[in-house]
Design a protein around this ligand. Structure first.
Ligand code: S3P
Length: 427
């Protein structure tokens, strides 16, 4: 896809619903008693994979893609039935790992598989703790990747010290913990997104968080809820950065989730000197939301490291683009996890930014970017990674010449109307 030039971005935009919260609404809704009603559900391919998997386990789910309302007729904690055939997770790591936590406790076995990217992503990180709890895994691939079979079992509570700050790992264990014979806790090196903990509380589960430890008491039942999914800050991030680096621009992104475990992008924008303001700050079932207004700013480099990394892990590709437009050096450290996302984002960002003439050095745990020079058009291989495609739609829109993004339609994973929404702001 040839990318349009960007200039004078103006107006208001509502981005689609949060991907993490949408997935969790399907899973907890399926395990609850009664009908859970979700508004603002993300119609991205990843969340549709979660719907398809739970439908395959006997849950009736009514999805209306016109108004983004979903009704899930929950069957209770013990209501899932053995799937006929493979549970196809598509491109979705969140579906794979969170659902595995639930499958670990079922009185049946399930085969989980996904696309070529999923087949490369590390699953040992959930197999280890879930096996410790009493499930067993048969890996049908090398290196503990998908496809795999989970044999559900009677689970024991564990106190798990996770080697990675990963909400997917934490959530898999907490979901399994709903079925365990005692309390289960997960401690992470840094706090990762806490949407599972917040939604557990809404559904009536006894969950406690202290520092980087979350502790769940096995549940008797979950009660159906109404869930309003806020706009996804990870999708808003492309417009935040576009508004800051495109000349003569001012954009307001309405109703964005600003959960403190997800708001690292806002902190980084401020560190880099951005003109960014929040208004209409409200709390929606423990998930704070706000309108975010950004205007063209002159930015400078900064160091991004340590406990902020999990709070902006999915935004690093677009932060790297922002760094290319900022004066001075930006250093991103402690972000090894980028290597095991939908693509190896350290490699793919560095290769593509270099192709555009940016001075970027990939490191073992991040990137060093010397910004401030004009970008040149290039052919960008998205590697079918939605966040790479969206990041380079912004970078390419501000480069001289014609940038072509390969497999640009992979934005369907998290933001099907991305290119249309960007075009609307581009006057
Ligand atoms: C997610 C957690 C993060 C994030 C992913 C969504 C979630 O992954 O990158 O897009 O919904 O729990 P990790 O847990 O692997 O860091």
């Amino acid at each position: 896809m040839i990318i349009s030039h960007l200039s004078n971005l103006h107006g208001e935009i509502i981005v689609p619903g949060d991907k993490s919260i949408s997935h969790r609404s399907i899973m907890l809704g399926s395990l609850a008693e009664g009908t859970t009603e979700v508004t603002g559900f993300l119609q991205g391919a990843d969340c549709l994979s979660s719907i398809a998997c739970f439908e395959k386990m006997g849950i009736e789910i009514e999805n209306n893609p016109i108004n983004n309302m979903v009704k899930i007729r929950g069957k209770g904690l013990h209501g899932l039935t053995a799937p006929a055939g493979v549970l196809d997770v598509g491109n979705s790591g969140t579906t794979t790992r969170l659902m595995s936590g639930i499958l670990a406790a079922q009185p049946f076995s399930s085969k989980v598989d996904g696309d070529a990217s999923i087949r490369k992503r590390p699953m040992g990180r959930i197999m280890t703790p879930l096996s410790e709890m009493g499930a067993s895994f048969e890996s049908l691939a090398t290196d503990k990747c998908a496809p795999f079979i989970i044999h559900g079992g009677k689970l024991h509570g564990i106190a798990y010290n996770s080697p990675v700050a990963s909400a997917q790992v934490k959530s898999a264990i907490l979901l399994a913990g709903l079925y365990a014979d005692g309390v289960t806790s997960v401690t992470e090196p840094y706090l990762s997104r806490n949407h599972t903990e917040l939604m557990f509380e809404e559904f009536g589960v006894d969950i406690k968080s202290q520092g980087t430890t979350a502790t769940v008491t096995p549940a008797n039942k979950l009660t159906a809820q109404h869930i309003h999914v806020p706009g996804d800050i990870s999708s808003a991030a492309y417009f935040i950065v576009a508004g800051l680096i495109t000349p003569n621009s001012e954009i307001t992104i309405k109703n964005v989730g600003i959960n403190p475990t997800r708001d690292g992008i806002l902190t980084v924008c401020k560190m880099m000197g951005a003109d960014i303001k929040l208004s209409n700050v409200k709390d929606d079932i423990g998930e704070p939301v706000a309108d975010i207004t950004v205007s063209t700013s002159s930015l400078h480099g900064c160091v991004i490291e340590g406990d902020i990394i999990p709070k902006l892990i999915d935004e690093i590709p677009i932060i790297a683009v922002m760094a290319a437009f900022a004066d001075g050096t930006t250093i991103i450290k402690d972000a090894q996890e980028l290597k095991v996302k939908e693509s190896n984002r350290i490699d793919v960002m560095s290769t593509n930014l270099s192709a555009m003439g940016v001075d970027v050095e990939p490191t073992d745990d991040g990137m060093i970017i010397k910004g401030g020079k004009p970008l040149h058009a290039a052919t960008i291989d998205s590697k079918l990674d939605h966040r790479i495609a969206m990041s380079f739609a912004i970078a390419g829109g501000l480069a001289d010449g014609e940038t072509n993004i390969l497999d640009a339609e992979c934005v369907n994973i998290s933001y099907p109307s991305f290119y249309e929404d960007l075009a609307r702001l581009n006057s």
